[in-house]
Ligand binder design. Structure first.
Ligand code: GLC
Length: 452
């Protein structure tokens, strides 16, 4: 490997002592977050009010809405029992530059409700209907169906939304459209993923999202969640509630080894110093980190012989999807042709050496991402010592575009987990894909709590 690339590899390396500092830092923030009285502001460890999980035997049809960083999905989820479901969905993408992201809350909710209307027409069912909403953003949850919207992130900056009750925003928008639909459950996508995976495998104890953003949920003892102390006392010492960690917000430069590319990315971001951990590893950022490191290689004439491709000339011009495509195709016989299409030059043709360099760079950046995801998983597994001490499988339900579309991610995450835990623990860890997790989870929670 050329020196300049080696230098970049060093900058993205996570040495064992750095990995350890991250796991320790995360564990201490898990506990300090549990000990705070309020979930307002930049909140972590948010109670979900979900204290029961499905058994896999439930049946019926429920609506679910899932808003992520780049996609809105509205689904009718039919629970068939035996852990099986069928899903009918209407999907919309929201481009990074879509004005809906920065307009008024009212316009945004009208757009959402139009999509719901389309689904209702498609499945041809009668209203009134109940719906579970999976909100992939921080929410200061006050009950199973109420919660105040906190700072959204992922490029959303809606006017008039902060600190509004999400259930009321939906209610008003459904009324404007004349639709008789009630939101009976609000949940974070991590909670949705955990609940959905419990329908398929009741042993699951971590719901993990690795997509545009990153985050995780797990069941915590109610008596350890200080925020619930006055309003929601534990029924008994063993009662658990799913907690949305918002681990994306964890971390500071005290223990996150931010390199020069991380710092450059953060400095040009609309929300600097926010979600530093997520910015090091999630789908929203891997492409940009490769672009920034790639520019350094180009400046040193170690890549593209100093020629700058169009995709590297603008911030966020290089997508994370390209990293996975490059790693997937790099050893194909026509790799140069295929990967060459991702880069546009005025007067240059990519060479085999360029191909190796850019593919190595993608691997370096993505591998650090996988290992950072593993660090969060290690902390959350250790937060549940009963799981480590038992002989049962340790099941993590994972979903999200970065995990699903980037083939080597799962093995790289597993590699870091295996390095961290004793063999007796590591061999019990199962990383299980929880595809469609959030929507199914939202429907399941709407079903479990429809009586309230
Ligand atoms: C972001 C959001 C968080 C969400 C995660 C995964 O980090 O803040 O609420 O769970 O992305 O989508």
């Amino acid at each position: 490997m050329a020196d300049a690339l080696q230098d970049i590899q060093n900058a993205f390396a996570l040495e064992p002592h750095q990995f350890q500092a991250i796991v320790q830092g995360f564990k201490s923030e898990l506990n300090s977050g549990l000990a705070t009285m309020s979930a307002s502001g930049l909140a972590t460890m948010i109670p979900s009010y979900v204290t029961k999980l499905p058994t896999g035997r439930e049946t019926g049809t429920y609506l679910a809405l899932d808003l992520g960083g780049s996609t809105l999905r509205v689904c009718a989820v039919e629970l068939l029992g035996h852990g099986q479901v069928t899903v009918t969905e209407v999907k919309r993408s929201i481009a990074v530059k879509d004005p809906l992201r920065t307009g008024t809350a009212e316009a945004f909710f009208d757009w959402i409700v139009d999509t719901v209307h389309e689904l209702v027409q498609k499945i041809n069912v009668q209203t009134p209907l109940v719906m579970g909403v999976c909100w992939s953003f921080p929410l200061d949850q006050k009950g199973i169906a109420t919660g105040l919207v906190l700072r959204m992130g992922k490029g959303f900056d809606l006017k008039g939304i902060d600190n509004k009750d999400l259930q009321s925003l939906f209610k008003e928008a459904f009324q404007r459209k004349g639709l008789d639909i009630t939101v009976t459950a609000l949940l974070n996508d991590t909670v949705g993923t955990l609940v959905a995976h419990a329908y398929a495998n009741p042993k699951v104890r971590v719901g993990f999202i690795y997509g545009t953003g990153v985050n995780a949920a797990y069941p915590e003892k109610v008596q350890c969640i200080t925020k619930l102390q006055d309003t929601w006392p534990a029924q008994d010492a063993t009662q658990e509630m799913l907690v949305n960690t918002e681990i994306d917000i964890f971390g500071s430069d005290d223990y996150l080894p931010l390199n020069r590319f991380d710092l450059a990315l953060d400095a040009q971001h609309t929300q600097p110093k926010f979600q530093l951990y997520e910015k090091m590893m999630s789908g929203a950022y891997l492409g940009e980190l490769v672009r920034l490191a790639g520019i350094e290689l180009i400046d040193q004439r170690r890549l593209f012989q100093g020629h700058m491709p169009l995709q590297f000339t603008k911030s966020w011009g290089f997508e994370t999807a390209h990293l996975s495509a490059i790693e997937k195709d790099r050893h194909e016989p026509d790799a140069l042709d295929r990967i060459g299409l991702l880069f546009t030059f005025d007067d240059y043709t990519m060479t085999a050496t360029d191909l190796t360099t850019i593919a190595d760079l993608c691997k370096i950046v993505a591998t650090r991402g996988a290992h950072l995801a593993a660090a969060a998983m290690c902390a959350i597994i250790e937060q549940q010592p009963q799981m480590i001490n038992s002989s049962n499988d340790i099941v993590i339900g994972v979903t999200g575009s970065t995990f699903e579309m980037y083939a080597p991610m799962s093995d790289r995450i597993m590699h870091a987990l295996t390095r961290w835990f004793d063999a007796s623990v590591a061999q019990r860890i199962r990383i299980e894909p929880a595809t469609d997790g959030s929507s199914i989870g939202a429907a399941l929670v709407a079903m479990l709590y429809q009586q309230r």
